[in-house]
Design a protein. Structure first.
Length: 213
């Protein structure tokens, strides 16, 4: 279990429930959602749409945001963390990236327990293992690789990822034409309007990562 320290006094106005409630939310998301490969980038994190429409498909910024929203709804402090994968996974082919990481952005989540601090969770990556660990077929939830991810990614994550920020509805300076739902990608505007940060080639940016020994 990884702890990221205590929040400042008064940072949260919540009645904290036992970790079992957070675990129940995590398990519900693992069972009831799915990773949708058609979603651009990491998704938008519009959980109101997901819940009202019943469409529980998405990517990491959707599924992990759903954990955060449901946790907060029952009084558990929770937050999204936005960042990028920077190394291969030691366990799962689908949960790491090295070399060209231009499209390796990834959102994770945490909830806060007063006894331990911030506790990491990543139900979205469990669904990623289901969809992408074997490129030619979906893995069932009882597959050993999925089961390991399901057990591991509540309370732990591999340190092959760097967080940028935990901000939602981000406003940059100078102010953009609209608030950003999350700030995981480079952002730029021209006289014609915002550039498409999902289109890295035409946006003309590249990120790379390698291990230093």
């Amino acid at each position: 279990m990884v702890s990221y320290g205590q929040p400042q006094a008064g940072s949260f106005l919540f009645r904290v429930l036992p970790p079992s409630s957070a675990r129940a939310i995590y398990e519900w998301i693992v069972v009831n959602t799915y990773r949708d490969p058609k979603v651009l980038g990491c998704g938008t994190g519009d959980i109101r749409f997901m819940l009202e429409s019943g469409n529980l498909g998405g990517k990491c910024a959707d599924l992990n945001a759903l954990f955060v929203g449901l946790a907060r709804s029952v009084g558990i402090p929770a937050r999204d963390l936005y960042g990028v994968r920077v190394a291969d996974s030691a366990t799962w082919k689908s949960l790491g990236k090295s070399g060209d990481i231009t499209k390796a952005q990834h959102c994770r989540a945490e909830f806060h327990d007063p006894r331990f601090g911030w506790i990491p969770v990543d139900p979205a990556d469990v669904r990623k293992v289901v969809l992408e660990e074997e490129m030619d077929r979906l893995l069932p939830l009882d597959d050993p690789r999925v089961d390991l991810a399901r057990k591991t990614l509540f309370g732990y994550w591999e340190m092959n990822w760097i967080a940028f920020n935990s901000a939602g509805d981000t406003k940059l300076a100078p102010e953009t034409k609209k608030a950003l739902g999350h700030f995981m990608y480079p952002y730029a505007e021209t006289a014609k309007g915002p550039l498409d940060y999902y289109d890295a080639q035409n946006f003309q940016y590249r990120m790379s990562a390698r291990e230093l020994t």
